[in-house]
Design a protein around this ligand. Sequence first.
Ligand code: NPW
Ligand code: ADP
Ligand code: K
Length: 464
Amino acid sequence: MIPLLTADEMRVVERQAIEGWGVPSLVLQEHAALGALALLPPGQPVHVLAGPGNNGGDALALARLARLEGREVSVWSPSAQPGWRGDAAHQARLWKGLGGEIRTSTAPAEAMAVWRGWVVDGLLGLGTTRPLEGAALAWVRALNASGLPVLALDLPSGLDPSAAEIPGEAVRATRTACFGHRKVCHGLMPAREACGDITVVPIPLDRAPRAALQLLERPILPPRAWDAHKGSFGHVVIRAGSLGMSGAAVLSALGALRVGAGLVTVLTDPEVRAEVAAQVPEAMVRPWQGTLPAEADVLLVGPGGIDQVPDWEGPLVLDASALKEGEGKRWMERPGTAITPHPGEFARLFRLPRPMLMDERLAQARQVSTGKPGVLLLKGAQSVLAGGAREELWINPTGHPGLATGGSGDLLAGMVAGFRAQGLPMREAVAAAAWFHGAAADRLPGAGLLPRDLADQLPELLRG
Ligand SMILES: NC(=O)C1=CN([C@@H]2O[C@H](COP(=O)(O)OP(=O)(O)OC[C@H]3O[C@@H](n4cnc5c(N)ncnc54)[C@H](OP(=O)(O)O)[C@@H]3O)[C@@H](O)[C@H]2O)[C@@H](O)CC1
Ligand SMILES: Nc1ncnc2c1ncn2[C@@H]1O[C@H](COP(=O)(O)OP(=O)(O)O)[C@@H](O)[C@H]1O
Ligand SMILES: [K+]
């Protein structure tokens, strides 16, 4: 799991190093500048933009180190009176001590027209409090129009470090030297895209900070014992599939089987039983007669037009038609439940406005899940995972728009049930399903992806 810190959380980590461990803040800055300098191709001229705060201080430190390396370096400030204080003022003195100049211009595009090499963006970092305006905005616009490669210090100037959305205009960086820990803007789209290639530069800070938002990494699955048998991997029962929507039952069954469930029973509407059975011979396919098999370990309900949830005490996964209007709270309060809505289903379930932006998805996921035992997967690009009586949100980074095709959600729901049946706790089962589902798609880039192609990728992908 990769923590994505807000500016406030990062300040806590910074304070702890400075006040707790006694690391001088200039030492932090020196580590940051040295690490960033190493990301610039050797020998090339460097044009350094230094803003009003410590991000500008990092930029001035980098300018000094680059000059000591023998590079051609120029330093620019959007303001004629930068008004540096503290560490940044100290860095300015060191730079000037080496004979360095600090230049400004009211026509940044003209200044940049003769630049060669790389630009270092040290205008704004963690202290960004509002959208860019005035001189800073003019410099960022000129930089983005210049076509020059840019190394952003900590984050591309203009981004809100704690948000996914870009508040106005922001630097489009080629690379970003992220100091110490990733911030929210380094993990979530669309801000993440403005960062270009991200390198986390190690600086002496706590390696395991608290963060309310975390990016999923490849889940670690329990090993399979040599003497395991099909009873060891659980029995998934799927109530899915109706006339015109039999494929959803097929895909859910495939999802559960392809992640390694021991047994799968599909309870489907009688008129489609034969066609479902013909497409997944590995599953037991029976007509729905109002009762569940006694030996079920997990029940998945919904794909393919099924809206009635049978009475059942055990682990429950609900998707698609089972996600009925206004019932979200009920399911989030039921222990052992996972719901997997896309944003439209989410809005209907919780009677909330449809969350369109990433920051809205986070806020709404948090709102409905806080303190609740149920697990929520709010699907879409970078799906949001919440609940299970845990406060932090997990974000799934895998997958691409090729997944936006009918049936991929049905496969995912089956995967959740399949992982849960093998003993993963519900929140971990949902995380594993979301991660591997997207990772399977990442092996098949582009459009035209069929959910069953994804299913075929899974066994090899799970082997690692
Ligand atoms: N965290 C760490 O461990 C380490 C941090 N380090 C470095 O410090 C950086 C953070 O420094 P920082 O706090 O001084 O903030 P930074 O972004 O440089 O500037 C704030 C200034 O900008 C101003 N301002 C704000 N928004 C604006 C806007 N839209 N347009 C124009 N101005 C705007 C704001 O003004 P105010 O809002 O107060 O009016 C204030 O004057 C961090 O990103 C990293 O590079 C490293 O050295 C090592 C370890
Ligand atoms: N742009 C995207 N990037 C990554 N994943 C996506 C994107 N669009 C959709 N997905 C994923 O594809 C799946 C679609 O599920 P869903 O909307 O329920 O489809 P269906 O109902 O057709 O089965 C979800 O897992 C979702 O997260
Ligand atoms: K910056």
